[in-house]
Design a protein around this ligand. Structure first.
Ligand code: NAG
Ligand code: NAG
Ligand code: NAG
Ligand code: NAG
Ligand code: NAG
Ligand code: NAG
Ligand code: NAG
Ligand code: NAG
Ligand code: NAG
Ligand code: NAG
Ligand code: NAG
Ligand code: NAG
Length: 704
């Protein structure tokens, strides 16, 4: 992957989360431009390769296409060029989203266009150039937008010397740094700023108090800038502030201030920061507030019912905070709400009742609270719903039929409630857009046989049907080919895993949980179907027989404990070089341990072979650089000495060799393992307890 492609990909991702500031330049007919400015512009055009991959905005187009000498020689009429009516000087250049690709430096003819006031180069690919220091020559600049443009390195001090700057947008240049000069000097020098956006720029510093001096600010966005320290409360009180975003600075602390009635704040975005303390009641004074996100902070105390006054609120996320338990009846007043996220907020009560009038709702996340009552049938009236997560609450009763009329649903989670009754899977067939469905852990029975033939089943990406009283693999799975995540654990499925699973979601499946059923094995023993991206396979607590099923080399976690598997463990296991957890415990494996086990030690954290019939000596388990933290070989018939190679297991915290036939003396070098906390050697043939300990950190020696 070349740097260009990589940068474009990053931009695609960032575009989703960082919408653009809505103003745009207009170019209009003016008097002819000056020759030397025209040739500077033409030279500028020539200095780039025009490449569609350089811009991600869907409406991007080739602005410099109209830049030509012949015919329209008047550069004031070119796309993206704005001239001064009186002097003819070029004063505005909007080359945003123009497919420009290539490096730029201080020699660029751009810096000969001295009269520029507004420069917009947003959404191009400048090939990780530094921002040229010659930018300082454009001393008339009031608007500078270099966002989404693949600049890198330190922002030059010349930017901070631009005396007229009021709009500065350097956001979404993930390799740009603001350390030398710092955000502090920026705030001290650019005192006229109205708009500052440095999202994703690495400022890596404590947040400067001087930000509170930028009294003209209307827009301040510092998302993911590696800022630390205490956020200056005075910033909230800046007289013109409408938009404040400091999200994704987890080391940034702060408290919310008392808000005044005359505040013009419209958006407050503090997600994933260290803000603590209470949400003040005076938040209800923010009459213009339309967007509030304080998810993943450290807020506490009650959620104030004064939030009922936020009549303009469109987006509300309070998720994952330590609020004191309470209910949220005031939500019913927020009739403009489209997005609601109150996951993990210690809330309870009949929340769905409060949502009755909120017909604009598109997404509702209530996960992990104590919300209760029946799911009302009028929920079907919230027809805009795309995302509905009621998981891990105390809803009870049957699932109303009306839920199956919400045809816009993409995500539906009802898992881990007390829902009852019988659901026909057929009911979900109306929901053509459904991609993720979670039904695990309720008290209902799911009838998965589809009785009519000619139906299109939604193509799922995620499906969790744990504890749904299933007796067989649902036959609708046959048509699925996009699943990444499938959980059928805790059902009553017995016998062989059906043959069709062989070609099932071969490229897409990442997680498969079949634990806690009565399965006896794959049709073809010892080989798991070739799921090339499988990361997690859980087959625990079944009745699997035969030899160890070995998944594809992509696997991270492989669980087969508590089955009836037997025979030797093939050395093919040593090819699983990404594996972090391997759990073969409580089976009937026998024979020697494969001699190549140490191949795994660079990735594997947990190796559990407990309670099998392994015999013979313990092979080398750790190479240098081993990541192993837990080794459990207890309750086998291993013999010989403890291998010296264990000294390579420098991360080891737990070592259990109990109930084997290991003999000899304990190697004193093992006392040096720096992380070892639990060591169990009971019921072996050791003599001489001189291993006892040179190591102070062995806090619990369980040799009972
Ligand atoms: C344009 O970008 C694409 C994708 O990175 C690259 O493959 C191609 O070579 C580029 N073309 C030019 C002319 O630079
Ligand atoms: C730059 O152009 C983009 C895309 O046209 C626009 O969204 C943005 O607001 C412009 N920047 C400034 C400072 O006007
Ligand atoms: C992009 O940068 C690389 C490395 O600095 C350089 O080799 C290459 O020529 C540049 N490409 C363009 C189109 O400027
Ligand atoms: C600018 O051009 C001059 C002469 O061509 C060259 O010596 C100098 O290195 C260039 N400067 C930059 C920053 O590329
Ligand atoms: C930029 O300004 C410096 C110092 O004022 C001057 O030496 C240089 O020639 C200027 N560059 C351009 C491209 O105008
Ligand atoms: C940000 O800059 C600091 C200081 O230079 C550096 O330690 C840190 O790794 C950088 N962060 C990223 C994500 O590059
Ligand atoms: C804020 O501005 C005032 C007046 O210009 C100045 O005295 C003070 O030091 C500044 N505060 C900070 C933190 O920069
Ligand atoms: C819904 O709106 C009606 C009419 O305005 C009102 O009477 C009712 O109390 C509202 N319901 C809730 C739950 O707020
Ligand atoms: C739901 O919609 C139906 C049909 O539009 C309507 O009759 C009913 O009153 C609505 N229920 C509520 C609670 O708004
Ligand atoms: C199934 O659908 C096809 C095409 O849509 C149609 O020709 C056929 O008659 C249908 N069969 C049944 C049993 O409905
Ligand atoms: C491990 O993988 C390599 C390369 O994919 C293959 O040649 C070898 O046979 C495999 N070893 C075992 C024991 O399966
Ligand atoms: C530690 O691992 C290295 C391979 O990484 C191996 O050469 C060395 O023999 C091992 N040390 C012991 C004591 O087994």
């Amino acid at each position: 992957m070349g740097p260009l492609l990589l940068c474009s990909l990053l931009k695609c991702l960032l575009f989703v989360i960082l919408p653009h500031f809505p103003t745009q330049f207009v170019s209009s007919m003016q008097r002819p431009c000056l020759d030397f400015e025209r040739s500077a512009l033409l030279q500028l055009k020539e200095s780039f390769i025009l490449n569609q991959s350089a811009s991600s905005y869907p409406l991007a187009y080739l602005k410099v296409g109209s830049w030509k000498l012949e015919g329209q020689g008047d550069c004031c009429s070119w796309d993206g060029v704005e001239c001064d009516d009186n002097t003819g000087h070029v004063i505005g250049l909007d080359l945003s989203s123009s497919f420009l690709y290539g490096s730029i430096d201080s020699n660029s003819s751009l810096f000969h266009v001295h009269h520029l006031r507004r420069l917009n180069l947003s959404d191009n690919d400048f090939n990780y150039s530094k921002i040229p220091s010659a930018i300082g020559n454009l001393s008339r600049l009031s608007h500078l937008d270099l966002s989404f443009s693949c600049f890198s390195g330190q922002i030059p001090s010349q930017v901070l010397e631009l005396p007229k700057l009021v709009i500065l947008d350097l956001s979404a240049n993930t390799r740009l740094e603001l350390q030398n000069p710092s955000l502090k000097s920026l705030a001290e020098k650019l005192v006229n700023l109205k708009y500052l956006n440095i999202d994703e720029v690495n400022a890596s510093s404590t947040i400067p108090q001087s930000l509170a001096n930028l009294s003209y600010l209307t827009y301040l966005s510092l998302r993911n800038c590696e800022l630390r320290g205490e956020f200056p409360t005075e910033v909230f009180q800046l007289p013109n502030l409408q938009y404040l975003r400091v999200s994704y600075n987890p080391s940034l602390t702060g408290r919310l201030p008392e808000f005044h009635k005359n505040s013009s704040i419209e958006s407050l975005k503090l997600t994933n920061t260290g803000f603590s303390g209470e949400l003040p009641k005076s938040i209800g004074n923010l009459k213009s507030l339309s967007f509030l996100s304080v998810g993943d902070c450290h807020l506490s105390g009650p959620i104030p019912s004064a939030m009922a006054n936020l009549s303009q609120l469109n987006y509300l996320s309070l998720n994952h905070n330590g609020f004191s338990p309470g209910n949220l009846p005031w939500l019913g007043k927020l009739t403009k709400l489209t997005q609601l996220d109150v996951r993990s907020t210690n809330s309870h009560g009949d929340i769905l009742f409060s949502l009755k009038n909120l017909t604009q709702l598109i997404s509702v996340y209530l996960y992990h609270n104590q919300f209760s009552n029946r799911i009302p049938s009028w929920l079907g009236n919230l027809t805009q719903l795309k995302y509905l997560d009621l998981g891990v609450n105390k809803f009870w009763g049957p699932i109303p039929e009306s839920i199956f009329t919400l045809v816009n649903l993409k995500y539906l989670a009802l898992d881990y409630n007390h829902l009852s009754g019988t659901i026909k899977f057929e009911s979900f067939l109306n929901l053509k857009n459904l991609k993720k469905l979670q039904l695990s852990g309720n008290n209902f029975s799911l009838l998965t046989t589809i009785t009519f033939m000619n139906v299109t089943v939604p193509k799922f990406k995620l499906l969790t049907l744990s504890s749904c009283n299933l007796f067989e693999f649902p036959d609708f799975l046959l048509g699925q080919d996009e699943l990444a995540y499938l959980d059928l654990s805790g059902n009553k499925i017995d016998g062989l895993i059906p043959k069709w699973i062989w070609g099932f979601c071969a490229q897409t499946l990442e997680l498969l949980d079949l634990s806690g059923n009565f399965l006896t094995g794959f049709h073809q023993p010892s080989v798991v179907p070739p799921w090339t991206n499988l990361r997690f396979l859980d087959l625990r607590f079944n009745k699997l027989r035969g030899s160890l099923p070995i998944p594809s080399a992509s696997i991270y976690q492989h669980f087969v404990s508590n089955n009836l598997l037997s025979g030797e463990v093939s050395s093919m296991i040593c090819n699983l070089t990404f594996i972090t957890i391997l759990d073969l415990s409580n089976n009937s494996f026998s024979g020697m341990l494969p001699p190549c086990l140490d191949n795994l030690s660079k990735s594997v954290w947990v190796l559990n072979l407990r309670n099998n019939f392994f015999r013979g000596p313990i092979p080398a388990v750790c190479e240098k650089g081993s990541k192993l933290r837990m080794i459990d070989l207890s309750q086998n018939q291993l013999n010989g000495h403890i291998p010296r190679s264990l000294v390579n297991c420098t991360m080891l915290e737990i070592l259990n060799l109990g109930n084997n036939q290991i003999e000899g003396t304990f190697p004193s070098s093992l006392g040096k393992l720096p992380e070892l906390k639990v060591l169990t050697l009971r019921h072996n043939g050791f003599h001489g307890a001189n291993w006892k300990t040179k190591n102070q950190r062995v806090s619990q020696v369980a040799n009972l």
